[in-house]
Design a protein. Structure first.
Length: 332
């Protein structure tokens, strides 16, 4: 399939019913502007295995999580300052007891969209507005045989400021986000049966290229508040992290990278069914490789995660996990 035909097919499939054929003052109609795109389309796979240990170091259980895409893509509209990421994924999440028996499980479909409108400011600066959403529709099963529906609707708006100095091969990216989220669980009989959250996030990452090497350092902060079905505050969540990254670009279209994240989380519950305050420290290392082969781009990542959680200064539990991600995209 020719690239131009593929791009037209994807755009028409996503924007069916919205295209207009009315000519503008320029030579291009809006339809032509919308179908003059580049981007990629392909697949995404993720699998995570997590072990949770109690305060005595004994295994409490394992969590097996996986997601794979039915479609995963990106569109860059060449005649418009707009680009869009989109995906449809299947998700499976299972809890396994220490003796190996299966406990609760959850399966869902996730529909995600992330669109950005770019505004060049000149002298290497750029800003813009973005909108991101995730819609989950799933079904949960408990060990007692109870079944119920679980949903999550998340909407986020954000703006960013970026800068790149081509002479010094250095720049930065910063972003501020505000979002709302609703989640429901018909199996739950407490405040979490229908919970609403609002949050804001800030991140900034300066970076530079030194020959074939890339060096960056990201700082991230999030503040999130959740209200239960009664409308009362039931949880406050705060997280910050620092994540340095170093990458090396090869002569044959490859890129190796390693990142290490140091994070702290504070979770305060007002719902006594869930306990009180928790403080967690996180260490996460990510190793990855990306390779371009003609019109194809492929990548693999491995994440190693460790979290220690305290309750009022007393060790409560710990988590260890490993995650693998595989991606392959056809570029057009």
């Amino acid at each position: 399939m020719k690239k131009s035909l593929l791009s037209v097919f994807i755009v028409n499939a996503l924007a069916s019913g919205y295209a207009m054929a009315e000519e503008t003052q320029g030579d291009l109609t809006l339809l032509n502007r919308m179908t003059d795109v580049s981007g990629h389309v392909g697949m995404f796979f993720e699998n995570e295995s997590k072990e949770i240990f109690n305060a005595k170091g004994e295994l409490d259980g394992r969590n097996e999580y996986s997601e794979h895409s039915l479609i995963d893509g990106f569109l860059n509209f060449k005649q418009l300052p707009v680009n869009v990421n989109y995906s449809i994924k299947e998700i499976e999440n299972r809890w396994i007891n220490p003796n190996g028996t299966r406990n609760n499980s959850y399966s869902s479909m996730r529909y995600a969209l992330n669109g950005r409108y770019r505004v060049p400011l000149g002298n290497g600066f750029q800003t813009g507005l973005g909108y991101r959403n995730e819609i989950d529709r799933g079904h949960a099963y408990t060990v007692s045989g109870q079944e119920g529906d679980k949903t999550k609707d998340q909407h986020q708006v954000y703006t960013w400021l970026s800068y790149w100095n081509n002479e010094h091969k250095a720049g930065f990216y910063s972003q501020f986000s505000y979002g709302i989220q609703n989640q429901t669980n018909t199996n739950s009989n407490n405040e979490w049966r229908d919970a609403d959250a609002s949050y804001w996030k800030f991140q900034i990452k300066p970076y530079m290229n030194i020959g074939k090497f890339f060096i960056g350092l990201e700082y991230y902060y999030e503040d999130k508040q959740t209200d239960g079905i009664s409308g009362q505050l039931i949880q406050e969540f705060n997280e910050w992290y620092l994540e340095p990254e170093i990458a090396y670009r090869t002569d044959f279209g490859g890129r190796f990278f390693v990142k290490h994240r140091v994070a702290e989380k504070t979770i305060q519950h007002t719902d006594l069914d869930w306990g009180h305050d928790y403080f967690a420290t996180v260490n996460k290392t990510t190793l990855g490789y990306q390779q371009n082969l003609g019109d194809w781009s492929m990548a693999a990542e491995v994440e190693l995660f460790d979290q220690e959680q305290d309750n009022h200064g007393i060790h409560f539990n710990s988590e260890e996990s490993d995650k693998i991600k595989l991606m392959a995209h056809y570029r057009f």
